[in-house]
Design a protein. Structure first.
Length: 226
């Protein structure tokens, strides 16, 4: 019996994480992975930034979210974050949902953190906020971030148009909306011979959706004209 897979079988870290971040349009000095899963990359980038106090990664991640949030698969991201045990990771994503509250798709993400606000910095948050104020993206949310800590430079990430040219799954999200179906189309573009079960596994979607996508793909490509 097919059971939908939610999480990666192994954590994404080290050089593989850097390559994935470059693959979704973040500016780091590494070779890009080919069309990595977007939500996997976002989650593990947040863990890298918060658990290892890597403010460079967290800065670029936050800028990426600001540019590309409309094409995040919010349903899968919420499911992934809900299974996280690190309270700082959960607070970060709840703070992102507070920041992006105009996009109701992220509303459920606000519930992954309860309790008092969490300081991004291990020490000196009060002093930094008194001196510089709070980061405008996180004011009033679950995470206290001084204004001078997370640099926000649009040049640190690809534009939507540039990323759509590089990343097949993202391109199909722009066409179809951010969904498991869009990711499956991008996955089939790279590997047309995948079975329905493997397609569902790679895109973290349901067997039924994968079957429909595979059927539709076959209709459009069975005569080899597209």
């Amino acid at each position: 019996m097919y059971r939908r897979q939610l999480k990666r079988s192994e954590p994404l870290g080290g050089e593989a994480l850097t390559a994935a971040m470059v693959g979704i349009g973040m500016s780091f000095a590494a070779k890009a992975a080919q069309s990595p899963n977007i939500e996997d990359t976002l989650l593990f980038a947040s863990k890298e930034g918060l658990e290892k106090h890597d403010l460079r990664v967290l800065s670029v991640l936050t800028t990426w979210i600001g540019v590309h949030s409309a094409w995040i698969n919010a349903d899968r991201l919420i499911r992934l974050v809900a299974e996280e045990t690190d309270p700082r990771v959960r607070a970060f994503w709840a703070a992102v949902a507070h920041w992006l509250k105009a996009d109701r798709r992220f509303a459920r993400l606000t519930k992954v953190h309860t309790g008092p606000r969490v300081d991004l910095l291990p020490t000196g948050t009060d002093f930094q906020i008194a001196r510089h104020g709070e980061d405008s993206r996180f004011v009033g949310g679950p995470l206290r971030v001084p204004a001078n800590v997370l640099r926000d430079r649009p040049a640190d990430v690809l534009t939507a148009a540039a990323l759509a040219r590089r990343h097949a799954g993202y391109r199909h999200r722009v066409i179809m909306g951010p969904s498991y179906r869009a990711d499956m189309w991008g996955t089939l573009q790279a590997s047309p011979s995948l079975s329905v079960a493997e397609l569902a596994r790679r895109a973290y979607g349901s067997f039924a959706t994968a079957w429909q996508v595979k059927r539709d793909w076959t209709v459009l490509h069975e005569d080899g004209t597209r």
